[in-house]
Design a protein around this ligand. Structure first.
Ligand SMILES: *[C@@H]1O[C@H](CO)[C@@H](O)[C@H](O)[C@H]1NC(C)=O
Length: 372
């Protein structure tokens, strides 16, 4: 190919950077989703894990400083404020999605089934490969079960249910990131981890197929982040070899792993589009979105010296220590989270999510008939 991917990306980036901040209010009336349904993990959990985990377990997300910036209190979101799913809901003029496990919540405009720490593969399946899912057993298929239960509460026949879902936007993921996280942090070899990719992708594809079979007409399926750019990985897999790092100072081998997953996922989505020509199936490129934020960080208002440091955390070059994480007693928080991309070493700040969402929506909105 004459133009490599990187230069195409930067060309595109130059052309959209002048458009930021994104004119969210300017969407045409033709774009009329009446609900959103989210399956996923901590990237989109708006409060399920903190309702499901026994008091005391993983309660960090139930404590300040989580939520400090936007909500002024913890909500169970793994950030200082809003997540990408919140920005997408706002752009579609929908209220923020309530978590499924908030029993008396209003679900008229959809439900968020995402659970922080959840996996694409069932935890019993992971256990066969000696991978422990330490946070939750509410994997993708459990969340699909919740979705089916929820449907039974809003419609009776298959036709009626399908009709109800026609104008809903489905977000299937990001999910699968934790399958890799747990494998990497439980010392699996890269070759073995690569061998999970087809299974994880199949699971995500099956989930998309299930929501489509229930009547979904618009499905967004996000890929994985460039995990080699996250403080948790940068800390655990730091290398003395400069060649291990790419031009954004991220660990190249880990990023390649994420790309490998993303390539498989995109191929799976291509097949799915053939199977369901009347359904809009869109890939959300989280990988490029975060790389774009990283490479434009100074002009977006992030501090050059803090690009890879967690805002909330302590220790080492990346302000991250697995044994003293954000939310634990005595762990400091940066005074201005707006200057940081990473919130707690694993998840991003509200501001980083906002820019990622802007980038993604610029691509996705036209594909889902919401021209900008
Ligand atoms: C998940 O299920 C297994 C087997 O039933 C159980 O031992 C484990 O405690 C559960 N994990 C969580 C985080 O609930």
């Amino acid at each position: 190919m004459a133009i490599n991917k990187k230069s195409m990306v930067s060309l595109f980036l130059i052309s959209i950077s002048s458009l930021l901040p994104f004119p969210i209010s300017a969407l045409p009336k033709g774009c009329s989703f009446d609900a959103m349904y989210q399956l996923g993990d901590s990237i989109s959990d708006t409060g399920n894990l903190i309702r499901e985990a026994p008091i005391g377990t993983y309660s960090a997300f139930a404590r300040l400083p989580y939520g400090e910036t936007y909500f002024k209190k913890p909500t169970g979101r793994c950030s200082n404020g809003l997540l990408m799913v919140d920005f997408i809901a706002s752009a579609l003029h929908l209220p923020l999605l309530n978590p499924y496990l908030e029993r008396d919540a209003d679900f008229t405009h959809g439900v968020n089934f995402a659970v922080a720490g959840s996996t694409a593969l069932d935890t019993s399946y992971l256990a066969k490969s000696k991978i422990i899912a330490p946070v939750t057993n509410s994997s993708l298929s459990v969340q699909l079960g919740w979705f089916k239960d929820h449907l039974q509460s809003i419609c009776y026949t298959q036709t009626e249910c399908a009709h109800k879902l026609e104008k809903a936007l489905f977000l299937v993921g990001e999910i699968g990131g934790n399958d890799y996280n747990y494998a990497f942090f439980q010392a699996k070899r890269i070759g073995e981890i690569q061998s999970y990719v087809p299974h994880i992708v199949q699971k995500i594809k099956d989930a998309a197929r299930k929501v489509i079979d229930h009547g979904a007409k618009t499905v967004i399926v996000p890929g994985n982040f460039p995990i080699g750019c996250l403080p948790i990985y940068l800390t655990a897999f730091r290398s003395d070899d400069p060649a291990a790092y790419d031009e954004l100072k991220c660990l190249e081998g880990l990023n390649n792993m994420a790309m490998f997953h993303n390539d498989h996922l995109q191929r799976a989505l291509k097949q799915l589009r053939k199977e369901y020509p009347d359904v809009t199936i869109v890939y959300a490129d989280y990988y490029t979105a975060l790389q774009w934020v990283l490479s434009h960080a100074p002009s977006l208002g992030f501090e050059e010296k803090s690009l890879q440091k967690a805002c909330c955390g302590t220790g080492g070059d990346y302000n991250f220590d697995l044994t003293k994480m954000c939310g634990a007693p005595g762990v400091p928080v940066c005074p201005d989270p707006e200057t940081h991309i990473s919130w707690d070493g694993i998840h991003l700040t509200e501001k980083a999510y906002k820019y990622m969402a802007d980038f993604l929506m610029h691509n996705i909105m036209p594909e889902i008939q919401c021209a900008i």
